[in-house]
Design a protein around this ligand. Structure first.
Ligand code: M6R
Length: 472
């Protein structure tokens, strides 16, 4: 867990991922009883609650279970107490927590990757679970009702070298260079000679896809951008109406669900709280079925969806998604082809897309060969404070993703617009201090895009265009 420990007195400490939504009311209650706070955090509230409860309960597990009943929100907790020096208690709701199963020892972590150096065997705790780890590697899991339960021990599949940077300077660079291999892995076994294999999505997929009349895609961040790209593909090739929405908005809306709607979530981790909450809402909302496109087998999203397709990106350790995004796009093109197939997409078009997909890893390799040229271009951004990304069609969400990456990695403020919107306001921002980045593939919108970029040039904007060969 990437979290600071908080103590209550000298005897109890807790680490916490997530957000306790009712922490203010609990803080007031504790302050009235004389607890002194040293921080504004919700975690410290949990620490004091646990300390108070541990003085009344007979043991630490009971104290934790009683406190859990008072917490609203999302959490993964790890708790220790000087009174039970050989025990660690963990608990989760809404945030991931795994138990690493060792030989004569056990570990707690929010992500199996953090523990790969010590074990490749894990118990993925379920919603509301608490676990007691005791000396000698004893592991006892209790469900939300407090009953002792057995949870399966699963072996992590990507153990070899996944948690090491190899020769790369950092994980993000490593993950960027893994793209050709992981895109090939995402396609592996899922394409026939001239069409996608619909059963890759599960044995019931074909029957469900035949009944689908529209699609709702829900996700966050980069995954949301992948969903936005897919809308263009699904409408064009599978002829199916698609809505795409960020999960944190979707979950609080009164959504109208037309009959025959397939609910699709996209997530690298499969544990993003808003996306999971949206899925849980959708399961009671009258949808045809739910499909998770996800990178982590055994994650909550995968376990709780009717259908799933793994993106096969391997562990994502860099915080900024790269290969997770491109494998999501690959999986979404497979979904487009699968739906297209059951909905009568022209066979020649299916075969053409299949051939293009097979060639994709090699094309990505060629893009990666541009690394030195792109590094040289990046020098133009060193002194800049803002950047504008433009795209049209399916490349508008690519522009959004580009802006997100620049913000996350360089802390340079970046915005993205559909290029056609430029003249409706944002053009006012463009001058020689504003780098403008665009992806300009040789497609039916290229001429339109070129005229938008002309407007940028006319205002003295500095253009960086990623184009196909032959761009004039
Ligand atoms: O694991 P998820 O795909 O559900 O995560 C959603 C976002 O937090 C994530 O895509 C985030 O935007 C990227 N890591 C940013 O690069």
């Amino acid at each position: 867990m990437n979290a600071h420990p908080h103590q209550s007195g000298e005897r109890l400490a807790v680490v916490h991922n997530g957000i306790i939504e009712n922490h203010e009311a609990l803080r007031r209650e504790l302050e009235a009883e004389g607890y002194a706070f040293t921080s504004e955090t919700d975690t410290e509230v949990v620490a004091h609650l646990l300390e108070r409860e541990s003085r009344q309960a007979g043991d630490l597990l009971t104290a934790v279970q009683r406190v859990l009943a008072r917490l609203d929100g999302a959490y993964a907790l790890g708790v220790i107490h000087a009174g039970e020096p050989d025990v660690v208690i963990g608990a989760r709701k809404g945030s991931p927590l795994v138990v690493g199963v060792g030989i004569g020892e056990a570990f707690l972590g929010s992500d199996p990757l953090a523990l790969l150096q010590v074990t490749d065997r894990f118990i993925y705790l379920e919603e509301g679970d608490a676990v007691r780890l005791s000396a000698g590697g004893r592991i006892e899991v209790f469900d939300a009702e407090g009953a002792a339960v057995e949870r399966e021990v699963q072996t992590f599949e990507h153990g070899d070298g996944a948690a090491s940077k190899g020769d790369y300077r950092h994980f993000m660079l490593k993950e960027i260079h893994e793209q050709p291999a992981v895109i090939a892995a995402a396609l592996e076994g899922r394409l026939g000679d001239r069409s996608a294999l619909v059963e890759s999505f599960g044995p019931e997929a074909e029957a469900l896809f035949r009944q689908a009349r529209q699609i709702h895609i829900v996700a966050c961040g980069t995954s949301y951008h992948a969903g936005m790209v897919a809308r263009y593909w699904l409408e064009r090739y599978a002829g199916i109406p698609v809505q795409v929405e960020v999960a944190s908005e979707y979950r609080y809306r009164q959504v109208v669900v037309p009959e025959g709607t397939l609910f699709v979530t996209l997530s690298q981790s499969g544990e993003t709280a808003d996306t999971l909450a949206a899925l849980r809402f959708a399961r009671t909302g009258g949808y045809l079925a739910s499909l998770a496109i996800c990178n982590v087998p055994g994650s909550s999203l995968v376990r709780e969806s009717d259908l799933s397709l793994m993106t096969q990106a391997g562990p994502e350790i860099g915080v900024a998604s790269t290969k997770a995004f491109t494998t999501q796009l690959t999986a979404l093109m497979l979904l487009t082809l699968a739906l297209g197939r059951v909905r009568g997409l022209d066979e020649a078009v299916q075969a053409e897309v299949v051939t293009a997909l097979r060639g994709l890893p090699r094309l990505v390799e060629r893009v990666l060969e541009l690394d030195p040229a792109i590094e040289a271009l990046s020098m133009a951004f060193v002194e800049k404070h803002h950047a504008l990304f433009l795209g049209r069609g399916a490349h508008f969400p690519i522009a959004l993703e580009g802006a997100l990456k620049l913000k996350e990695i360089s802390y340079i403020h970046a915005e993205a617009y559909p290029a056609g919107e430029l003249k409706h306001g944002p053009l006012a921002l463009v001058d020689s201090d504003m780098p403008v980045i665009s992806v300009a593939p040789n497609d039916e919108l290229l001429d339109k895009l070129k005229s938008n970029l002309q407007e940028v040039r006319a205002r003295g904007g500095e253009l960086f265009v990623f184009a196909d060969e032959g761009w004039g």
